[in-house]
Design a protein. Structure first.
Length: 211
């Protein structure tokens, strides 16, 4: 709703006028601009980026001192923090569907990781899943993709969860609970990625029914 102070086109107006013009003020100066339809905030692309952002933000404090030190020089050049370079560098990689790296421009040397075992159970509005791998010394993250098409290749838009892979001494077991799903048949796909950005092989699960 538009709020008028004195007649329109006189002293001041604020708010939206139809679907054409928005009136407001900044630092005491009135202005008008063309109305723009708000961009949806829950598109698959945005959800995928938020998931990666959350993963990177929680991963940074746990990087080794050597990995953190690799980001200092590019941070000094850009005059921002090492953490910010780590985040922006890896978010840019993810927009190209490349997995993140722990060190700056890390040399790729590891082999693709394969899934050893997994299981899925459908429930009302959710899927409960677990996945396990072997030889997880270079593992860093486990991704869960969910599609409504069998054996579909993962894309950023079908990413539903990312979690840290347990340390070497752990069992390597990762659990997921995906909620707020509509009733239907879903096909999970797992991918375990390494610290140097090497993406694991895609492991497609069988159909999982959500009620």
């Amino acid at each position: 709703m538009t709020k008028l102070v004195a007649p329109l086109l006189s002293m001041k107006a604020s708010g939206k006028f139809g679907n054409d013009t928005v009136f407001s003020s900044w630092n005491g100066q009135a202005y008008a601009k063309r109305y723009a339809i708000p961009t949806p905030t829950n598109t698959p692309e945005q959800i995928s980026l938020r998931l990666m952002f959350q993963f990177l933000a929680t991963a940074w404090p746990h990087l080794s001192p050597a990995a953190k030190a690799s980001w200092h020089d590019p941070a000094h050049e850009k005059r921002i923090t090492a953490c910010n370079v780590f985040m922006s560098y890896n978010l840019d990689r993810w927009t190209r569907f490349l997995c993140p790296q722990q060190s700056y421009r890390q040399t790729v040397s590891s082999s693709q990781t394969t899934v050893y075992s997994h299981g899925e159970t459908g429930a009302p509005g959710s899927i409960h899943a677990w996945v396990q791998s072997r030889d997880q010394f270079s593992h860093w993250q486990t991704m869960l993709f969910i599609s409504t098409v069998a054996n579909a290749d993962p894309t950023p838009n079908t990413l539903y969860a990312i979690t840290h892979t347990p340390p070497e001494s752990a069992s390597g077991l990762i659990t997921f609970i995906v909620k707020n799903l509509q009733p239907g048949v879903y096909y999970p796909t797992y991918q375990i990625n390494n610290v140097d950005g090497v993406a694991g092989t895609h492991h497609h699960a069988t159909a999982c029914t959500v009620t």
